[in-house]
Write a protein that binds this ligand. Sequence first.
Ligand code: FES
Length: 108
Amino acid sequence: MLIKWHKIAEDISELTTLTEIEIANKKICVAIHNEVLFACAAKCPHASGVMANGFIDALGNIVCPLHRYKFNLKNGLNVSGEGYFLKTYPIEHRKEGIFVGFNQNNFL
Ligand code: FES
């Protein structure tokens, strides 16, 4: 798998708990939970709720603001059981900044 990395911020301090970011013509949602970074699709796979307008529950799941379906931020699993899947992206905090990776095969 060929991953292309895109810089989204210089530092974690530029991000809030849930931040919608547009990078390389793609909108994503960046989440911070217990100082760990996650990245997922900006829109809910159920009916396009804006994930950055939701919240993160005590277990670290992202909760969609529209119908409260919950997704594991690590792997996108729909932990509330409705059978959807939220796309997630690799994210890395490096000394040059924060980078999100897109699979080139899906990206092009
Ligand atoms: S749009 Fe997200 S749960 Fe329905």
